[in-house]
Design a protein around this ligand. Structure first.
Ligand SMILES: NC(=O)c1ccc[n+]([C@@H]2O[C@H](COP(=O)([O-])OP(=O)(O)OC[C@H]3O[C@@H](n4cnc5c(N)ncnc54)[C@H](OP(=O)(O)O)[C@@H]3O)[C@@H](O)[C@H]2O)c1
Length: 317
C-alpha cells in the first residue's frame, strides 16, 4: 500500500538521529520502506505519542546504550496506525486492522515493523477498539501501562484517598482516572494554573512544591491512605509526612528506598486493553495537549521535554 505522504516509491519518512543529544539532532529523513519478515507485521503509522523516555533514551550515548540503541537511531516509541503487510506466520492480524502499540525508539516513521507476538524491544501491537481514534490510541501503550502497573501496586478501593504527584501529565491523566474508577478519592498535584484542569479529570488539586503536606492537610479531606509519585521524590516525602505507610507508596520516576517502583513492563496486555476499552466507552479520556505534523518534530519534543504538558503530545504522520 502506498502511503499518501511517501513521495518516492519505496521510501519512507523517518525521524533519525545522527548523534545522540537534544531535539536539535532530530531530522526527518528518507529511509527504505521496511518489510515485514516471518512472524512480523508492518504498520502504516498515522500518529505517534511522545513520552519522556523518548528523549531520556537518546539524550546521550550512555543512556542510549542502556536501551540497546545505536546510531543512526530512530526516535519515539508509542504509535497507532493500520496494518498494511503481514509476514508469513504472523497470526492474529490482517491488512487493514487498526492497531496501536510500542516500538522502542523507532515509532516516528511512516511504517514500523513489529513482531506479532513481541514486546516493546521487538515492537508490540494491540488492536485499536472502535471508538478510539488514532491520536488517542497513540498515547496508550507507555503511559497507560505505567499507570496500570502503579495502580496494581497500590490496590486502591473506595476506602482510599490517594495523593498523586504530577497528576496532569501523560501518566497522571491515566492514573487519576483509573484511581477514580477504582472508587478512590484523588488529590492531585500540579502548578496552580492547572487546578481547574485537574478537577476536570476528577482530582482535587493541590499545588506541588515546598509545604505540600501542609496544603494537603489544609484540604481537610479524609486522611491520605496511599500515594503515587509521577514526578520525583516530593510526593513520596509529603506522603511520609502525612504518615502514609511505605507499603502504600509507589513511584515511577525516581528510586526511593523502601518505596515500590512501578514500571510499565509490569502491566500485562490485559491491563492495557482494559484501558483501551474504557477509552472506547467514553469512561476514560486522554487529553491531547498538542499535535504537530512530523516536520515539526523538534517543536513537539521541546514542548514535551518542558515537563508542563497537560496530558499527551502527539505527532501526526
Ligand atoms: N517507570 C516507567 O515505566 C515510566 C513510564 C513512563 C514514564 N515514566 C517517568 O514518569 C515521569 C512522568 O511521566 P509523564 O509522561 O507523566 O511526564 P510528563 O507528561 O512530562 O509530566 C508532566 C507533568 O509533570 C508535572 N510537574 C512538573 N513539575 C512538577 C513538580 N515539581 N512536581 C510535580 N509535578 C510536576 C506537570 O504539572 P504542571 O504542568 O502543572 O507544572 C505536568 O502535568 C517521567 O519522569 C517519566 O520518565 C516512567
Amino acid at each position: 500500500m502506498q502511503h499518501e505522504h511517501a513521495h518516492e516509491v519505496g521510501t519512507d519518512r523517518a525521524v533519525r538521529l545522527a548523534a545522540f543529544g537534544g531535539p536539535e539532532h532530530l531530522a526527518v529523513e528518507r529511509v527504505p520502506t521496511p518489510q515485514a519478515g516471518p512472524g512480523e507485521i508492518r504498520v502504516r503509522v498515522t500518529a505517534a505519542g511522545l513520552n519522556p523516555m523518548d528523549w531520556f533514551m537518546t539524550a546521550d550515548a550512555q543512556s542510549a546504550a542502556r536501551f540497546g540503541l545505536s546510531l543512526p537511531s530512530g526516535f519515539g516509541t508509542d504509535f497507532a496506525g493500520v496494518v498494511d503487510q503481514v509476514g508469513a506466520g504472523a497470526v492474529g492480524y490482517a491488512a487493514g486492522d487498526r492497531v496501536y502499540g510500542a516500538a522502542l525508539s523507532r515509532a516516528l516513521a511512516d511504517h514500523v515493523v513489529v513482531r506479532a507476538d513481541g514486546g516493546i524491544a521487538t515492537g508490540i501491537a494491540h488492536h485499536t477498539p472502535d471508538g478510539v481514534d488514532d491520536r488517542t490510541a497513540a498515547t496508550l501503550a507507555i503511559a497507560g501501562s505505567t499507570a496500570a502497573a502503579a495502580l496494581a501496586v497500590l490496590r486502591l478501593g473506595p476506602q482510599d484517598t490517594v495523593l498523586i504527584g504530577g497528576a496532569g501529565g501523560g501518566v497522571g491523566v491515566f492514573a487519576v482516572q483509573l484511581a477514580r474508577i477504582a472508587g478512590a478519592r484523588v488529590i492531585g498535584t500540579g502548578s496552580p494554573a492547572t487546578a481547574e484542569y485537574l478537577r476536570s479529570l476528577g482530582a482535587e488539586p493541590v499545588a506541588y512544591g515546598a509545604g505540600l503536606a501542609d496544603r494537603v492537610r489544609a484540604l481537610a479531606v479524609a486522611p491520605v491512605t496511599a500515594a503515587l509519585d509521577l514526578h520525583g521524590t516530593d510526593t513520596v516525602a509529603a506522603a511520609r509526612e502525612l504518615r502514609v505507610p511505605d507499603g502504600r507508596l509507589c513511584t515511577i520516576a525516581a528510586v526511593v528506598e523502601g518505596v515500590q517502583a512501578a514500571n510499565g513492563a509490569q502491566a500485562g496486555p490485559a491491563a492495557l486493553e482494559e484501558i483501551a476499552r474504557l477509552a472506547a466507552g467514553g469512561l476514560l479520556r486522554v487529553p491531547i495537549a498538542a499535535t504537530f505534523p512530523l516536520r515539526e518534530v523538534r517543536a513537539a519534543v521541546e514542548l514535551q521535554a518542558g515537563r508542563h504538558v497537560r496530558g499527551k503530545v502527539v505527532v501526526d504522520l
